[in-house]
Write a protein that binds this ligand. Sequence first.
Ligand code: DC
Length: 229
Amino acid sequence: MSNISTLVPVIAIDGPSASGKGSVAELVAEQLGFHYLDSGAIYRIVAYASQQNQIAWSDAEAIAKLTAQLHIEFSHGNILLNGNDITTEVRSEEMGRGASEVAVHPAVRHALLDLQKQFRQLPGLVGDGRDMASVVFPDAILKIFLTADVEIRAQRRYQQLRNRGLAADYETILQDLQARDLRDSQRSAAPLKQMPDALLLDTSNRTIQQAVDFVLNAYKKTTDTYKKT
Ligand code: DC
């Protein structure tokens, strides 16, 4: 039987690091007036909080326990942990790596499941991550696997960091992305993979706007089909 939350439409956008899925998901949510879940940010917060509490990213049990005590808020594009703004800290490359490391633990993933599901509210949700379609919202009305060649993703990440006035080395970024791709897709718990019912969106030769249009068109087609049935 369907409950109220399963009646709320979800667009699940999964894909590897630096594929542009965050920007696309946020813009799609804005266009549709939907809520937005950046699930990667949650894993980054957990990595940050673990570091602050001197807990190693390999210590699954201690991290899962800590996770239950975290008060996480997203407010006007800012990330708050226990009331403190940690937006800049969690967006660092180090916390991207930490997030990928804490995310391999099934106990940590399990502890974060309810928190992510709570974002499913009317009129709808766009969620981006690695397991939106496979685990968190398997009944999503639309599933997108958004990717791009790793060299192109490394180039984009390099440019992003330079634009922010931060030091960046292309080769280091490339190696880091390759290591993260491998860890995220080879882990046993909720690995990154394209679901059979997900549409593939390769943004290697597409702009963000073209990718947004692709998702909006696909959503329109899906809802039109639903209306006819
Ligand atoms: O999307 P991102 O780069 O902010 O994510 C950082 C890491 O968090 C990513 O390398 C793997 C992990 N992650 C995950 O395992 N599952 C998700 N739904 C989102 C992120």
